[in-house]
Design a protein around this ligand. Structure first.
Ligand SMILES: Nc1nc2c(ncn2[C@@H]2O[C@H](COP(=O)(O)OP(=O)(O)OP(=O)(O)O)[C@@H](O)[C@H]2O)c(=O)[nH]1
Ligand SMILES: [Mg+2]
Length: 432
């Protein structure tokens, strides 16, 4: 019973609505509405029309005056829409009011994003995080789900509501279901805690090897996974879809001077990301807060590049990663024709590296900047290690970059680039 309705399969034709209060917000509202269209399409739902509504009071029963609401409902029916999607956050009561009056499914941006995340989640942790966020979203809306079922004759109420169930029984049932839901939320939380513990252990293991870490962050679809693929010659899924990545992937690269670096791909950000999702994904996003520095990828070809960049910085601030050193990458410059806009972006993000991951432009610049970031982190040194200390030689191979290795009688004579944190570890074997 306690499942969010299987909406993506159920609805096909959406009418999008964005409500704004002040005229000065009109432009931003338009672009948010367009982005909502992309999000809805990502779910496989067709967008039939989009409507911008200016309303002075968004706390009203319908989020707008009832006359305007009526108009929108008529419009939705005329276009044969089977769902209305609000870009605004709507309260459970508003959602219910709209559904009762329009008799079609009504959802909001948060629910759309939750659904996308639910479709994409792959690892156990991501699946648990999404299901927790969805349950928390659905809990205050359960009464609405019951009335929904009542209207359909109580058909799929898990046998509890039963066909023709009296309203009163339905209400009692809501209480039972809410209790069950709370219990399930607690169970998922506990399970999540276990998975996180395992991840923390893995992370600690990784921290023992003090190879520096750079996290690739940025707005969804900016080209983060593509960048990771290019830099590490791998094939993490990169798609022209919003939220293609939900799990972090870490790969090791080697900078030209031999310095190893771990690159981590992260989940993309979006404007008005449901707060619960930020909460739920904090553990995953923590990768960004633990990194030595960040690579912030911005899709320079997007008309909204500036806002996207700012959103990313806001989310990073919320995560407590605002102090990190950042290399900004203005990506997709192969698609930027307007020089003025590019200049504007350059002044918004001074020192940004201009790149096209697709055309392999700017890779050397980025590598040089990474090198610069890590400049103070490595030393080049010569060692003489007795051959029986195979452990030391192995450690140099795994955690440092061995540039030269010769044998002199029973000793290995090694030149290596070693991370500063490990310098003292090898001190007793150092000759120069
Ligand atoms: N034209 C052009 N397209 C690019 C470039 N870099 C990436 N893309 C395309 O942009 C789309 C998104 O790339 P991804 O690497 O999946 O983006 P992402 O930032 O990982 O996205 P999420 O995982 O959804 O947050 C893909 O279709 C890429 O092929 C580029 O330099 N130029
Ligand atoms: Mg990605």
């Amino acid at each position: 019973m306690f499942e969010v309705r299987e909406r993506p399969q159920m609805v096909e034709r959406a009418l999008l609505v964005h409500v704004y209060q002040h005229r000065r917000d009109e432009e931003e509202s338009q672009s948010l509405l367009e982005e909502l269209g992309e999000l809805v399409k990502t779910l496989g739902i067709g967008v039939v029309d989009s409507v911008l509504v200016r309303a002075p009071k968004t706390t009203a029963r319908y989020l707008m005056g009832s006359g305007k609401a009526d108009e929108i409902m008529t419009h939705a029916h005329a276009l044969d829409c089977d769902c209305i999607v609000f870009d605004n956050e709507i309260s459970p009561a508003q959602q219910r009011a709209w559904e009762e009056e329009s008799k079609i499914c009504v959802i909001d941006r948060q629910e759309v994003i939750l659904d996308i995340f639910a479709q994409r989640a792959q690892t156990k942790e991501a699946t648990l995080q999404v299901s927790l966020a969805r349950m928390q979203y659905a809990l205050p809306r359960m009464a609405r789900m019951w009335t929904h079922l009542d209207r359909q004759g109580g058909g799929s109420g898990g046998g509890k509501g039963g066909a023709g169930a009296a309203r009163g029984e339905g209400e009692k049932q809501i209480e039972v279901d809410k209790r069950l839901a709370r219990e399930r939320i607690a169970r998922v939380k506990a399970e999540l805690e276990d998975v996180r513990k395992i991840r923390m252990t893995q992370r600690k293991e990784r921290m023992k090897t003090p190879v520096p870490v750079a996290a690739i962050v940025g707005y969804t679809n900016a080209g983060k996974s593509s960048l990771l693929n290019l830099m590490t010659d791998s094939d993490v899924l990169a798609e022209n879809k919003l939220f293609a990545t939900l799990d972090t992937t870490t790969r090791r690269i080697e900078l030209p001077d031999g310095q190893p670096l771990l690159l981590t791909d992260t989940v993309g950000f979006v404007r008005n990301l449901p707060h619960r999702l930020v909460e739920a994904f904090k553990a995953t996003l923590e990768e960004a807060t633990l990194a030595d520095f960040l690579v912030h990828v911005v899709d320079a070809s997007s008309a909204e590049a500036k806002k996207h960049g700012r959103t990313t910085i806001e989310v990073l601030t919320e995560l407590g990663a605002e102090e990190k050193q950042i290399i900004t990458v203005l990506n997709k410059i192969d698609c930027v024709e307007d020089q003025d806009r590019l200049n504007e972006l350059k002044s918004e993000f001074p020192n940004a590296v201009l790149m096209s991951v697709k055309e392999h432009i700017g890779v050397d610049d980025l590598v040089a900047r990474m090198n610069q970031m890590l400049h103070d982190r490595v030393v080049r040194a010569d060692y003489r290690v007795p051959a029986y200390r195979g452990d030391i030689i192995a450690r140099l191979h795994s955690d440092a970059k061995v540039l030269k290795l010769d044998y002199d009688e029973a000793d290995a004579v090694i030149t290596a680039v070693v991370p500063k944190q490990l310098e003292s570890f090898f001190d007793e074997f150092r000759v120069r």
